[in-house]
Ligand binder design. Sequence first.
Ligand SMILES: [Fe+2]
Length: 238
Amino acid sequence: MIDLHCHLLPGVDDGAVDNDNACELFSMAVKDGITHMTLTPHVQPGRYENTRESLDAHFQDTKQLLAEENLNIEINIAGEVRLCAELLGLYAEDNLPFIGTWGKKKVMLLELPHSGIPPGSDKLVDWLLARDILPMIAHPERNKAIMEDIKHAAPFINRGCLFQLTAMSITNDFGIKAYEVAHQFLNNDWATIVASDAHNTKHRPPILSKAYQFLVEQFSNDVANTLLINNPRKIIST
Ligand SMILES: [Fe+2]
């Protein structure tokens, strides 16, 4: 399985705290059957001052760490970019991190604030699309406005955005509402990928096998493979 949203790069956000903790998390992922992880630290000006450039240095250290510890997992670096006005400046300095591509567009993991959808979000998505950047909305099932009414996802659906659901939402480990909304996305065929959004070993672990198994049982092998293997692979390999 391929995990395109996780916080395993140590010391840069609220994910892995240090190298030992990162190794613990990578070991868990390997045991779970995850073969590739794209590390997506928070990029949120004012809170997590990460940029494409600053993360790259940390990434090289982590790559070396994995080699030293004989941890057999492939990694890439990107970021989870919070929807904010500063995004325009990051674009201007070529400091936005991208996960990969979809069609001819670069894919950027875009995080909405949990509290709702800021006015003008649709305009920002238009601005990104005009620059051949396709947002992949991180865990829409955990956004309060979308949880209240799925219609609030319409501006993103209508613009062709991709959607990443979180594994623990699908398996009802993030509360019933996130579960229900995640399943609305699945039933409507709106989900592009499922990822762990792992932060730590206890409450938000790098585990995808439970969601994979759930999708096999409740949907089909095809759906599980599309969301956890084939679509993630398509994004990182094109
Ligand atoms: Fe995240």
